[in-house]
Design a protein around this ligand. Sequence first.
Ligand SMILES: NC(=O)c1ccc[n+]([C@@H]2O[C@H](COP(=O)([O-])OP(=O)(O)OC[C@H]3O[C@@H](n4cnc5c(N)ncnc54)[C@H](OP(=O)(O)O)[C@@H]3O)[C@@H](O)[C@H]2O)c1
Length: 386
Amino acid sequence: MNIFLTGATGLVGGELLVTLSKRKEVGKIFCLLRSKTKEEALARLQNVFELHDDTFDENQIVPVLGNLFDDGLTDALKSVEELKTVDVIIHSAANTSFSRFNDDLVERANIGGLTKILLWAKELPKLNTFLYIGTATICGKDVKDRVVHEDESPNLDATHLVKYTYTKMQGEILLRQHLRPDQVLVARPSIIMGDSRPVMPRSPVILWAMATINHLRLIPVNEHAQLDIIPVNYAAEAIVALLFAERKHNVYHISAGEAGSTTALKLSKTLESYFDEMPPFNFISKAMLNQVKHWTRNRLAPESELYTYRKYLDYWHDTFQDKSKLRLLFTGLDPYLDFMELGHVFDNTRLLEDVGIANSEPADVYINNSMNFVEKIDVLEGAIDP
Ligand SMILES: NC(=O)c1ccc[n+]([C@@H]2O[C@H](COP(=O)([O-])OP(=O)(O)OC[C@H]3O[C@@H](n4cnc5c(N)ncnc54)[C@H](OP(=O)(O)O)[C@@H]3O)[C@@H](O)[C@H]2O)c1
């Protein structure tokens, strides 16, 4: 089986690449990389393997230079003779930013870029499967505090918290417009945070949110809302197993499900057991985030409820000194808090039954292995580009 993989340098794609390279069924893995030269691309791919001391085989892993933003990407891919042998495409590349300042880039990468890949894919002589890495959060924000099933999405009436989830939903629709139904496979991971092994996580993106929450300690979020979180190594193993499984469906949640989900409260208990020198966690309503933001601008009315948490305001002042730093942290954290508030649990019955993989350990348990990495995350640095 020859595979064309996009996003191989990313959190999920990197783990997919290494996992795929260990499967005996896999021949070449062509990786789309936005590098200027082949040498640079090879060095980036080598880094993906070096992170966890895996073996990089230059004969198996082949870089293909290209950017989802290139106008000529479809024709460039068509012109590479070797790519005509591809039987499986795994599209993991995406712009995953939640920031509205990146909306245009998100749309260009996740809709425009995908379209270019699809226009090439649909003419491939041997294409068996187009595995699209979607996201379970395309169900939108109208769905709250319940178990969500695969067939509820894509739903054109869903209200999206961020452009990113909207574009990922449109991606699934595009897939079905361009390909035969039997070629379409959609894996929809839930929230991917860190790694369950005691190794350096491939990317600290969502761990940044947890590290920031750990620093702040007074958190405007419902601590009882369910959080469906999985580690990246579980996500990759499940996605690769799905690719080789006898499947009854063409859409699968890659998620913790009811048995493996956690809550902010449970995560806070794990964090408190390591970082016990900070004030204990306290959770306030999400609606109070506005008061926090006003406080950071010295504009909070004297009778405001937030002043009943004076101990935390003093702690923030002592820890961060400059209130603009706190403003930066809360602005970066804001979309994550919105998602945490939704209480989504993504049903994983299809995954467990068809793929035969065990449930993921809850995040409050597996995250014990990452505490020394959490400690090292520079939360202010991460807040600039969360
Ligand atoms: N992380 C999560 O919690 C999560 C949850 C559910 C679903 N997903 C889905 O999983 C997939 C992978 O996400 P991730 O977390 O691995 O993201 P990531 O770490 O940000 O990686 C994104 C990858 O896409 C590549 N890419 C971005 N823009 C590109 C462009 N214009 N041209 C070519 N390549 C480009 C990046 O390449 P560079 O290295 O060159 O930037 C990188 O390899 C996405 O489709 C996402 O929607 C992620």
